[in-house]
Write a protein that binds this ligand. Structure first.
Ligand code: 5AD
Ligand code: FES
Length: 370
């Protein structure tokens, strides 16, 4: 591996080493981390940047997450749900633009019934050579099984934090639900999905040790995809109230900033070398000029252009000041293309399954090139 030289210059990634790296401020040592992550990315997943067409199909949500603007009690948000035909039209557009994957994302919306999603997945899979990723929150095992049966390839469910105290406080359980998202991810894996997890960086009360534990959990779960972004405060959520926030001693709180996001992306790449890691919209929100590009040269290998029809986009307001709220799908496509080409990286072809998944399944579920 060409990366071995760089890797040897980094100590074994124990919990303490991760904490130290997350606290690192020395420019030379940071540069060493960026280079190691970039070399490992090149060696394990190659230079290609995969594009995933993101379709935000509904912003209805029954949950009470303390960080998220889609939470049910936010009555100031205009709610929308796309029709099946609208979603299919976006999927066709994704294919026309050369994307190999569509991601259907929504709040936790019970009106997206098991049958409706299964039918939609079937229709996409029958008519287009696309991988289908679902990101529809916590659903029952029967829903997940039916959608897998219908042909869904991947499921994204960020576990948000591996600290059980923070998780319970900021992510109140639904009814009698006792399973954590970490357990749900294991269940999704058993159903044959390629699985994606991830966390927010710098949520109030998150310590460096917590974030190091999150990183170790990515490795333990052997995630195929890892989504990471800075926490961005939404004014109409409980976290806007300082009295609600979990406080930790001075110097322990992870800051929700750009540099911390790069460090986390880079360390994730070292721990999960074959995972697909997006350079996320939340990161681009903190640095509109360069955020996506810097993510891509510090470990990331995926970008998710937004295909949600512009008339709905502004309403998918998980956090404020999201980028690309006014842009058409074509504008985002052209913008991202030129950014990726500016890095001298090729745009990935085909469905771009995670090499991690391919290695685990012996290549089943591989690319049928788009
Ligand atoms: N800031 C940044 N990311 C957020 N998410 C939810 N709320 C926020 C916020 N205020 C992330 C969560 C969720 C994903 C869809 O968006 O990680 O899983
Ligand atoms: Fe949407 Fe650049 S990605 S405008």
């Amino acid at each position: 591996m060409p990366s071995s030289v760089v890797l040897q210059s980094l100590e074994p990634l124990t919990r303490q080493a991760l904490i130290d790296r997350l606290r690192e401020e020395d420019p030379a040592r940071l540069e060493e981390l960026w280079q190691a992550a970039d070399a490992v990315r090149q060696a394990y997943v190659g230079g290609e940047v995969h594009l995933r067409g993101l379709i935000e199909i509904s912003n209805y949500c029954i949950r009470l997450c303390a960080y998220c603007g889609l939470r049910a009690p936010n009555t100031e948000l205009t709610r929308y749900r796309m029709s099946e035909e609208e979603i299919l039209a976006c999927a066709r557009q994704a294919h026309a633009m050369g994307y190999g994957t569509v991601v259907l994302q929504a709040g936790e919306d019970p009106m997206l019934s098991r049958e409706m999603i299964a039918r939609l997945v079937r229709r996409i899979k029958e008519s287009l050579p696309l991988a289908v990723t679902l990101s529809l929150g916590e659903r029952g095992a029967e829903d997940w099984a039916a959608w897998r049966e219908a042909g869904a390839d991947r499921y994204l469910l960020r576990f948000e934090t591996s600290n059980p105290h923070l998780y319970r406080k900021y992510h109140p359980p639904k009814g009698e639900e006792r399973e954590t998202r970490i357990e749900m991810l294991r269940r999704l894996r058993a159903l044959g999905y390629e699985i994606g997890g991830g966390v927010m960086i710098g949520i109030p009360g998150q310590t460096y040790a917590d974030l190091a534990d999150d990183l170790l959990m990515f490795r333990e779960l052997d995630l195929d995809m890892v989504g990471l972004g800075p926490f961005i405060l939404h004014p109409r959520t409980p976290l806007a109230d300082p009295d609600f926030r979990v406080l930790v001693p001075d110097g322990e709180q992870v800051p929700p900033n750009e540099l911390m996001t790069y460090k986390t992306i880079a360390l994730t790449r070292l721990l999960c070398p074959r995972a697909n890691i997006p350079s996320t919209t939340a990161l681009a929100t903190l640095n509109r000029g360069q955020g996506r590009e810097l993510g891509l040269v510090r470990g990331a290998n995926v970008v998710m252009p937004n295909l949600t029809p512009p008339r709905y986009r502004a309403y998918y307001e998980i956090y404020p000041n999201k980028v690309c709220i006014q842009e058409s799908a074509e504008a985002c496509h052209a913008c991202l293309r030129s950014r990726i080409e500016g890095l001298g990286r090729p745009i990935g072809r085909g469905q771009g399954a995670s090499p991690n998944y391919l290695a685990r399944t012996g290549g089943a579920g591989g690319d049928s090139s788009a």
